[in-house]
Design a protein around this ligand. Sequence first.
Ligand SMILES: [Zn+2]
Length: 476
Amino acid sequence: MPYEAVIGLEIHVQLNCPTKLFCDCANTATEKANTHVCPTCIWLPGAPVQLSEDALEKAALTCLALNGELSARSAFDQKVYYYPDLPKGYQLSQHHLPLATGGWVDISDENGKPRRLRIHHVHMEEDVAKLVHETDGRKRISLVDFNRAGAPLVEIVTEPDIRTPHEAMAFLRALRTRIRYAKTAECSMESGTMRCDANISLRPAGSDAFFTKVEVKNMNSVKAVGNAIAYEIERQEKMINEGQPVVMHTRLWDPDKNVTTPMRAKFAGPCIPDPSVPEIHMDTARVDALKQRLPEMPAEKQARFASQYGLTGDEAALMSTERDIADYFEALARNSVNARMAAQWISGRLLPALKDQNAEITDTVLSADRAAGLLSLLENESVNAKQAKELMALMFTSPKSAPEIADEKGFRQITDIDELSAILDAVLEENPDAVANLRAGKKQAAGFIIGQTMQKSGGRANPKMLSEILGRKNFS
Ligand SMILES: [Zn+2]
């Protein structure tokens, strides 16, 4: 019998606020354990809690970026469970009245068909502490680090709309892009600012009923989420086909062995309304003000880049994956640089160079204004592609403009026909074999001659003009 998978995701995103959710301790990663702590976030009895306004706003912006509807009233609950990463015995989370309900993200399925995946709700919660397991001789010890305890999180809970590993990965990527546009979180699964749990069950294709679901945790990249889901679908399919019951439980993804293994169950208790954090109220005026702060979102930007600047679908998609890249591209395009050339230069040259330098597009010394000067030289063929590449490298270490550096280094391309002809003729004279091949109609010989002429000119000849001059010569 053919089965289909029913998959829902629960995604924890750490907001990029300077402080934790209920105290003023720094909300940043640090090497030294238990340094960003105070009585509130090590949860001493009686320590005061005060909800961070910044975290509330960023959480609300995140909901809006995911097309959710902010609730007029939301509130915190005490989610009771006992585990050493939560010594106070309950986590402040929103269960009965979440911050937002609904929402959706658009993706393309395996066949490129558009799919809208719905979000059930988004709520705020505090992060728990981190357990560090070590061995001391033969003894195994567990240590608790509270630096992360009380960090501001939003949890995004999807509807069970996802059917395949591809859709789950596409959802996570689209979600990350939208949240990064809103600039409310970093959303890096590798560094732990985005974590994803998947609920997976199977059902006979076309049926409404489904078998018991299994939860999978511990995936530390988008790709790992896809791999874990693929593995789990196969495992459950095999069990059902062998007549074994699927039992509801939680499994951990093991990225080294590429398998999921059962995890010890945690005691999960009730959710009771918390009396210490006041209820949150969102009136229409506040919601409207927050909506004003959202930028143009990626899908709209991509469509506009294609129509306004004539980018291809792929180019427009690349230029809109990150808000900072989009802003840089648009600054170049507004600087009357050819838009497609700008897009290709950003993706083909600038981004790889920045990756090598471990630098961000927002803080590189090669600002969009300076890059416009470089691309203008390339566009009007004052420099060729090879020179432009060298020029770019020099611009990372010099504050001078592109034309200044080009002049200093003698980078200007040779575009004078007489000068080009003279170098070309010299090369032809030095290579009688290649000339004989040209006479015999062997086209590859032309490439060789152009290459030799480029070399002789110190890389400064305009290759397009050289081809034209060579093409006009009669070798028969
Ligand atoms: Zn604190």
